[in-house]
Write a protein that binds this ligand. Structure first.
Ligand code: SAH
Length: 389
C-alpha cells in the first residue's frame, strides 16, 4: 500500500488545531498539496510532529477534517466500531420515537456524514469527498447492523457543490414508499424523505416539540409550522391551533397529518408570519401559547443586523398577543447568533411589548444531535420557553 500523503500545518494552524477544532482551513497549510481531494492524509505540525489523520478537500475552504488523533488503520473494523457506538447512543437517548438522527457528522466521528432514520428507512447526506470514498463500506455496515428497509441519498445540498461533488437524490437500496409514517411522542407524521426540507423532518426539534405539549392549553398559534410539527403535538391538548406557514405544500401535508391523528382543531393559514402577527395584533387577537420556529435568519455574519431585527419583531409581536399566563416557545437555529444574544433579543422584545415574562426552560437540539464542544458550529439551536406573568 502506498504511504499516505503527509500535510504540514503552519505554526498558526498548529495553534488553531490545539483548540481542538476538528477542521483546518486552507491558509493554515504550509503548502497546498497536489492531491485531487478525498484522501486520508497524515497531518503534521509546523515542526513535523504527527497530529492525526484527516480527510483532505481540494476545493472547500475547509482543507482538512480530522478523523483520528492516534495513528490507526481506517478499515471496516474502524467504521464498524464507530457505527456501533452511534447506534448504542441513540438506543440510550431516543425514546418514544422511531425517527431520529443516527449519525451526526463530527459529533459521531463521521466527518461530513449525516444519517437519519425514519422508521427503518435511512437517509444519507454526504458532505465531503473523503467520507464519500468510504460510503460503500459504511452503507454495507449499516445494512448488516440495522437491517434497514431502504437507503436513500439526499445529496441535494449546496455544500456538496463547494466540495465539487454532484447533487443527486436517489434510493440506492431497498424500497422507499412515497411517504413514510413515523411516530414522535403521541403524534404520527407522514414524511416525504425525498422531497421534504432537510431529510424530511426537522429532527433537531423533536424533543422541543414533545416538550411543548406539556404547556398546551386554550388557543395556540404555531408560526413557521412547516408540516405541523409543533401544532400536532399542541392540538391534542388545545381547543384550537392556528398554523401559519408560507409554503402551501407544507400546509397540505400538515392537514394530512392532522387527519392521520384524528385531529380536527387545526387551522392552516398560508401567510407570511410577519404580516400575520401584525394583523393579529391590530385585530386584538389573543393566544394562550405561541411557537416561533423560524428558518435561520442569520445564515452568515453579514445578515446579523437584519436577523436581529427579524427575531426582535416576531418575538415582540408574540408577547403582545399572549394572554396573561400564556407561554412563548421561541427558537433560533442561527449559529451566527449566540444563546446570550438571542436571550437579549427576547428580553428586549418582552420589554417593548410591556410584558413581564419568566424563563421556564432553556433548551437546545434533541440529544440525538449532540454538539461537539470543539465544533461551535454544531451548537446552533436555541429554544426558550417563557411564561407571561
Ligand atoms: N416548526 C417546524 C419547522 C419549521 S422550519 C417543525 O418543527 O417541523 C421553518 C418553516 O418556515 C419552513 O417550513 C418555511 O417554509 C417557513 N417560512 C419561512 N419564512 C416564512 C415566513 N416569512 N412566513 C411563514 N413561513 C415561513
Amino acid at each position: 500500500m502506498p504511504h499516505p500523503p503527509e500535510l504540514r500545518l503552519t505554526a498558526k494552524g498548529w495553534r488553531w488545531q490545539r483548540t481542538g477544532h476538528p477542521w483546518i482551513y486552507r491558509d493554515d497549510l504550509t503548502a497546498p498539496p497536489a492531491l485531487p481531494g478525498g484522501e486520508l492524509v497524515r497531518v503534521l505540525d509546523h515542526q513535523g510532529r504527527f497530529l492525526g489523520q484527516a480527510f483532505y478537500s481540494a476545493k472547500s475552504r475547509i482543507a482538512l477534517r480530522f478523523l483520528t488523533y492516534p495513528e490507526e488503520a481506517v478499515d471496516r473494523g474502524f467504521w464498524e466500531a464507530r457505527l456501533k457506538q452511534a447506534i448504542a447512543y441513540r438506543d440510550r437517548v431516543v425514546a418514544g420515537a422511531d425517527a431520529c438522527r443516527l449519525i451526526y457528522g463530527e459529533a459521531d466521528g463521521f466527518p461530513g456524514l449525516i444519517v437519519d432514520n425514519y422508521a427503518g428507512h435511512l437517509v444519507f447526506q454526504v458532505l465531503h469527498p473523503g467520507l464519500e470514498r468510504h460510503l460503500p463500506e459504511i452503507i454495507d455496515l449499516l445494512k448488516t447492523n440495522l437491517s434497514p428497509s431502504s437507503i436513500t441519498l439526499r445529496n441535494d445540498v449546496e455544500v456538496r457543490s463547494l466540495e465539487g461533488l454532484p447533487l443527486e437524490v436517489a434510493t440506492v437500496w431497498g424500497e422507499l414508499p412515497p411517504l413514510v409514517e413515523v411516530r414522535e411522542g403521541g403524534v404520527h407524521l407522514l414524511v416525504d424523505v425525498k422531497g421534504g426540507q432537510k431529510t424530511g423532518l426537522f429532527l433537531d426539534q423533536r424533543e422541543n416539540r414533545i416538550a411543548a405539549a406539556a404547556y398546551a392549553q386554550g388557543e395556540a398559534l404555531d408560526c413557521f409550522s412547516y408540516q405541523g410539527g409543533f401544532a400536532l403535538h399542541l392540538a391534542r391538548h388545545c381547543r384550537k391551533v392556528t398554523m401559519v406557514e408560507s409554503s402551501a405544500p407544507a400546509l397540505t401535508r400538515a392537514q394530512e397529518n392532522a387527519y392521520l391523528n384524528g385531529l380536527d382543531n387545526l387551522e392552516p393559514v398560508k401567510e407570511n408570519v410577519f404580516a400575520f402577527l401584525k394583523q393579529a395584533a391590530a385585530a386584538g387577537k389573543r393566544f394562550d401559547l405561541i411557537v416561533l420556529d423560524p428558518p435561520a435568519f442569520a445564515k452568515s455574519r453579514r445578515d446579523r443586523e437584519s436577523a436581529v431585527k427579524g427575531y426582535h419583531e416576531i418575538n415582540r409581536r408574540a408577547f403582545q398577543l399572549l394572554n396573561p399566563g400564556g407561554v412563548l416557545i421561541t427558537c433560533s437555529c442561527s449559529y451566527n447568533l449566540s444563546e446570550p444574544e438571542f436571550l437579549e433579543i427576547v428580553r428586549r422584545a418582552a420589554a417593548e411589548a410591556h410584558r413581564q415574562a419568566r424563563l421556564i426552560e432553556r433548551r437546545g437540539a434533541s440529544r440525538d444531535h449532540p454538539a461537539l464542544l470543539s465544533l461551535p458550529e454544531s451548537l446552533y439551536l436555541k429554544c426558550f420557553i417563557l411564561e407571561v406573568m
